[in-house]
Write a protein that binds this ligand. Structure first.
Ligand code: SF4
Length: 427
């Protein structure tokens, strides 16, 4: 695709292109985003009222994903079928996804806390402290993400407020720890934000927080709007005035609908930038909607996660979820943040697990940890119980982490060092 020729020819694809093939092709509009495929998969039901509850609906959803959706996707890759030749059913997998997430919200089990509170009524709140409302702190072309995501025009990043983990060192504490930060945003407005980012040339829509999982109802419904309305989402002046209030870079970019055009339909890859602390139900819902996963993998199997993040069941939940999406053959890039004093207990077990289970997945082993929030010794809120992480990592700790990755033969060098020059670290 001409508009993305610079992005399509980036040097990084020679190293990680094989593991991000689906994402790459959707990004340059060679393939349709998954939501455009899900829109073509027929659900044998008149409407959601035909199901007794979300469990029954989700069972059929999973069957249809495996049987019909994946078959169609594989045929598109082989070039033997294409979506522009297919009818759009009255009730599709995409419609079913939207209906299921709103039903689940009445006894929320989006993430591993499984609070089972009714977030639609909002009388009792779960660990994320959210009702059905989603707030956007800001959105913009993120030029700090990995090269495969920021490309030449940025990653279209939408930041939600609140989180389901309690990381004492959160690097985005202003939005993750304040659920009233940001602007209340309807799913259609979210879709319009995504629309604007893409026609300004962003390579993906990067749902992040805080944590996007806890906003599943808004994100899935926004994706539904992208699929069902497409270019009709083009905002009117009054709509634009509202959504630009939290866009921090709107005056810079040129607009061209060709950035988003797959055979006349609005196309953009969906990127889920997550802590992975979600349920199997959520994973299954996202499978036919997410084009590329960007999971964090922070802690080893010990008790660091309880002390530093107040989060039980962390390691077992994250590894189960990573294994599931790997076995599905999804595109993914894992992030691991090196923390001071946690190379032995966290970094090494995390890297070992990746080497044992998915050595071919690219890993960004990041060095930018800084003590923030309750780990910041200069803050009045400093928590002395986390003083072990109240500094930046020493160079020796970074070198130890990268040497270990080298020893394990992980695919980490190019995505980790690309901003510094590819071969800056010689172990
Ligand atoms: S998203 Fe997670 S933390 Fe929030 S109510 Fe649902 S299960 Fe609880």
């Amino acid at each position: 695709m001409k508009v993305y020729s610079e992005f399509a020819n980036l040097w990084i694809w020679r190293y990680v292109g094989d593991r991000l093939k689906w994402y790459y092709n959707v990004s340059i509009n060679n393939y349709p985003a998954k939501y455009l495929i899900a829109k073509r998969v027929e659900v044998p039901a008149e409407s959601y009222r035909d199901f007794t509850d979300y469990r029954e609906a989700l069972k059929l959803y999973v069957e249809l994903t495996e049987r019909s959706f994946e078959k169609l996707r594989s045929n598109i890759v082989k070039g033997v079928e294409d979506i522009d030749e297919m009818p759009i059913p009255r009730y599709s997998l995409l419609d079913l996804a939207r209906d299921i997430v709103w039903d689940i919200l009445k006894e929320c089990i989006y993430c591993r806390w499984r609070c089972r509170v009714d977030r639609v009524k909002g009388e009792k709140l779960g660990a994320c402290m959210l009702t059905s409302e989603s707030r956007v702190g800001c959105y913009f072309h993120h030029i700090g993400e990995e090269l495969v995501f920021r490309g030449t025009h940025g990653s279209g990043t939408i930041f939600f407020t609140s989180c389901n983990m309690r990381c004492q060192f959160c690097q985005n504490a202003d939005i993750s720890k304040d659920r009233f930060n940001g602007m209340p945003t309807s799913p259609r407005e979210l879709a319009q934000m995504a629309y604007v980012l893409r026609i300004e040339g962003c390579h993906n829509i990067n749902w992040v927080g805080g944590e996007p999982t806890i906003h599943l109802q808004s994100i899935v419904t926004a994706i539904w709007h992208l699929g069902r309305e497409g270019f009709k989402l083009h905002p009117r002046r009054d709509e634009l005035d509202k959504i630009l209030k939290v866009k921090t870079d709107y005056y810079i970019y040129n607009v061209d609908k060709n950035y988003a055009n797959y055979k006349g339909e609005f196309n953009v890859p969906i990127l889920f930038n997550t802590n992975m602390f979600m349920t199997e139900e959520t994973l299954n819902i996202l499978r036919p909607l997410v084009d590329v996963w960007l999971p964090d993998f922070k802690f080893g199997p010990g008790r660091c996660t309880i002390r530093l993040s107040r989060t039980p069941w962390y390691f077992e939940t994250v590894t189960r979820n990573l294994k599931t999406i790997y076995d599905w053959g999804e595109d993914m890039l894992i992030r691991h943040l090196i923390m001071p004093n946690h190379v032995e207990c966290c970094t090494k077990p995390v890297l070992e697990w990746i080497a044992r289970n998915m050595r071919d997945v690219p890993v960004n082993i990041m060095d930018q940890y800084r003590p923030e929030a309750y780990a910041d010794p200069s803050s009045p809120e400093f928590n002395p119980q986390v003083k072990d992480i109240a500094r930046r990592p020493y160079p020796e700790e970074l070198e130890e982490a990268w040497s270990y990755a080298e020893k394990l033969n992980l695919l980490y060098r190019e995505v980790t060092f690309e901003k510094k020059g590819r071969f800056v670290f010689i172990p």
